[in-house]
Design a protein around this ligand. Structure first.
Ligand code: BG6
Length: 485
């Protein structure tokens, strides 16, 4: 891997502390960092290099999935870190940053390969990108890459504006848009599951699949993010990015090659085939809800409107369920159901593929029913794949009953999404990052829904905390003869 300098904007922020430093540390332990590298933390706060190194050490100790007793390893890791205090809107300050970067490149004798990681509030994305360009930081003799966190815009227009601005400083191939769901090992495993297994590949279509259900339920509420979340709601916070990425990954067709370009092309085609929902018809296919009071893990919790920082009249949705159709040869006639919400009964991200049973009528005695074959891909919190199929039970008069075949990964050894993603970005592999076209198409598809929400064209159901969302979301599937699995 090429030696490089990793410049982290937002170095004293929450994401850096919880995810980025621990990820870098684990990559370092696994010898997945380059031979020589330098990490420069950028933030407003005044800190010395030493104080910053202590800060990094503390966050690693608190949040890393593992630690080594070898003290010298930690020391070696921390030696790579430097810090600079910078007001990111002040163009002048970037000169100092450039000097520091160049000095470190000289000290370590490494080429001008630079990663700029923007772990900052979205309003600073464009100004940082433009200052990187203007200051000369972006004019390197090596390569440069921009890693950028969500949210990428809050509607189609703002996303296009942002992309326009970023593209003045970076080429599309240099931009790595993080969607941490694409870093989850089981999401990355989807392509292998579908394409490396003829048994699945052959039946991954509308001839055999009755419907697809994608769920991401959470037990947490709005937490300390009221000001952000109340503007975003579940539709922007989860649906536009994570849920549509899961849809693309599940539905995409076999690419010509397993390459970033071909995979992202196939994902784009799925978004292009997604049937638009007209604003007036949003209520027929989309259900929104907001959590009321209830119980989580046996403890009472308040409703969304009673949460600190949330206005009692807020109409922000904390739950969305939707029925989507992909109008292509492979998927026509197969509904995709998606739901996501906060303060639900359990934390679970999973994809359920429900298969048809076209042979049932031929073989089964008149009033005997069988369960459908189900393929459950469990993404979070446990990772695994489970297949439900029918088998005769000799102990029950040979009656047909559903049984399961399960595969689960060893939880302790699973790397975190951020490890996989940062590793890929350092390598220049953008397969599991969102391409601009995917982002643009998803905002475009979502736009009528955002408008229908804003204009209150559909009901906002209240659901009990600790439930699986409003009753209306069950109705959505019932209309087609299905239910949530
Ligand atoms: C984030 C959302 O992107 O994903 C949060 O902003 C949400 O609201 C989180 O809680 C869920 O991620 P995970 O990995 O816990 O499923």
């Amino acid at each position: 891997m090429d030696s490089m300098t990793f410049i982290l904007f937002g170095a004293t922020g929450d994401l850096a502390k919880r995810k980025i430093f621990p990820a870098l540390y684990n990559l370092f332990l696994d010898q997945k960092m380059p031979q020589s590298f330098s990490i420069i933390g950028v933030s407003k706060r005044e800190l010395s290099d030493e104080a910053f190194q202590i800060y990094v050490e503390n966050s690693v100790k608190t949040f890393s999935r593992r630690l080594t007793n070898d003290r010298s390893k930690m020391k070696e890791f921390l030696r790579a870190f430097r810090y600079i205090s910078l007001n990111v809107t002040n163009a002048q300050g970037y000169k100092k940053l450039l000097e520091m970067v160049q000095q470190r490149e000289k000290e370590l004798n490494i080429p001008e390969n630079r990663v700029f990681y923007l772990s900052v509030a979205p309003e600073f994305f464009d100004v940082i990108a433009s200052n990187i360009k203007e200051s000369g930081l972006g004019s390197t003799k090596g390569w440069k890459r921009l890693i950028i966190e969500k949210p990428f815009g809050h509607d189609i227009k703002s996303a296009q504006d942002l992309n326009e601005k970023l593209s003045q400083a970076f080429e599309e191939e240099e931009i790595y848009r993080v969607d941490h769901y694409l870093g989850k090992p089981m999401v990355q495993n989807l392509e292998a599951l579908k394409f490396a297994n003829p048994v699945f590949q052959a039946i991954w279509n509308n001839q055999f699949i009755a419907n697809v259900q994608i769920t991401a339920s959470e037990t947490v509420g709005v937490e300390q993010r009221a000001s952000y979340y109340d503007q975003a709601g579940a539709i922007r916070d989860m649906f536009q990015n994570h849920m549509l990425q899961l849809l693309m990954m599940t539905a995409m067709h076999l690419p010509k090659q397993i390459s970033a370009k071909d995979i992202r092309n196939e994902k784009r085609k799925i978004m292009e085939s997604l049937r638009p929902i007209q604003k007036e018809e949003v209520g027929l296919h989309v259900v929104r809800g907001q959590y009321g009071p209830g119980e989580i893990d046996g403890k009472p919790v308040v409703g969304y409107k009673e949460e600190p920082g949330i206005d009692a009249s807020s109409t922000t949705e904390t739950f969305v369920a939707a029925r989507l159709w992909i109008d292509d040869e492979n998927w026509s006639g197969v509904p995709f159901y998606i739901r996501t919400g906060k303060r639900m009964k359990e934390k679970s991200t999973r994809i359920v593929i429900e298969f048809k049973n076209p042979l049932k009528e031929w073989y089964l005695p008149k009033n005997e029913e069988t369960a459908p074959n189900l393929l459950v891909i469990q993404i979070n919190p446990n990772e695994g794949v489970s297949l439900q199929f029918n088998s005769k039970n000799v102990f029950n008069n040979g009656k047909m009953e559903p049984v399961h075949m399960d595969f689960a990964t060893n939880q302790k050894e699973v790397p975190e999404a951020y490890e996989l993603l940062i590793f890929d970005a350092l390598h220049g592999d953008s397969t599991f990052f969102a391409h601009w076209k995917e982002v643009e198409l998803s905002w475009k598809w979502l736009q009528p829904i955002l408008e229908a929400f804003a204009e209150n064209l559909l009901p906002l159901y209240s659901y009990r905390s600790g439930s699986m969302g409003p009753e209306a979301s069950y109705q959505l599937l019932k209309e087609d003869g299905f239910y949530w699995r």
